[in-house]
Write a protein that binds this ligand. Structure first.
Ligand code: PEP
Length: 250
């Protein structure tokens, strides 16, 4: 059985006080749920939030990272820095980074290797745009991103990776993929992982769904055979909605 993972991506949101308030509210209840729970705040709040979290079950993640270890890379953050602050996860290849900041599969791939080397679990995001879905390119696009992002990754390394299927048309739009639409892509991803890493490893890899997940739709999505949790944007910014997602899974 794969554990359910619910990860919150706060993106570039919340003041410092709001971030502290949110984590305090989450900590009051997070132990009541069976699922693994992670939050990915903006870099500048990681240290403060890490101290709040301490040794509780709430996991911490970065929203991105750079692949070099150190040096003249103005504005960038290394995997070692994230690990040092207590991060266990790092989101890689989010569609906003791919589409707004021009991140390629090759870059995501380098970041995945760098993260694994420092003991961080990459949450590798893949997903098609609305145009690509309408042109029946969903499978091609998702598999191209998957193969490119995971190029050269070994079976052993793959055990540490989480995949997030996030259809771009469903992110922050209120439009959610139907459980059947999502499950179809998740099943294809798992089959592909089985071809690449073997069936046993593929069965152990968590594949999250992301795209307008909220309390009202989380259960029916996560009940699908190949959906092992959610990467949550908007609904992770309020304790009520983030905890509501977890509550519906009980
Ligand atoms: C995301 O940012 O990964 C995401 C899925 O956002 P939202 O839940 O707001 O659609």
């Amino acid at each position: 059985m794969r554990p359910i993972l619910i990860a919150g991506n706060w993106k570039m949101n919340l003041s410092r006080q709001q971030a502290i308030g949110l984590v305090e509210e989450l900590l009051l209840q997070v132990d009541h749920f069976e699922a693994e729970v992670a939050i990915c705040p903006p870099y500048v709040y990681l240290d403060t939030i890490s101290q709040k979290i301490g040794h509780t079950s709430l996991a911490l993640g970065g929203q991105d990272v750079y692949f070099e270890n150190a040096g003249a890379f103005t504005g960038e953050i290394s995997c070692e820095m994230l690990a040092d602050l207590g991060c266990q996860y790092v989101i890689l290849g989010h569609s906003e980074r791919r589409h707004i900041l021009g991140e390629t599969n090759a870059i995501v791939n380098k970041k995945a290797f760098a993260a694994l080397e420092k003991g961080l679990k990459p949450i590798v995001c893949v997903g098609e745009t609305l145009k690509q879905r309408e042109e029946n390119q969903t499978t091609d696009i998702v598999l191209e991103q998957l193969y490119g992002s995971l190029a050269g990754i070994t079976e052993k390394q793959a055990e540490q990776i989480v995949i997030a299927y996030e259809p771009v048309w469903a992110i922050g739009t209120g439009k959610v993929a139907s459980p059947e639409q999502a499950e179809e892509v998740h099943a294809t991803i798992r089959q592909t992982l089985a071809t690449k890493f073997g069936k046993v490893t593929a069965q152990n890899i968590q594949i999250l769904y992301g795209g307008s997940v909220k309390p009202e739709n989380s259960k029916e999505l996560i009940e699908q055979e190949n959906i092992d949790g959610a990467l949550v944007g908007g609904a992770s910014l309020k304790a009520e909605t983030f905890l509501g997602i977890l509550d519906r899974l009980q």
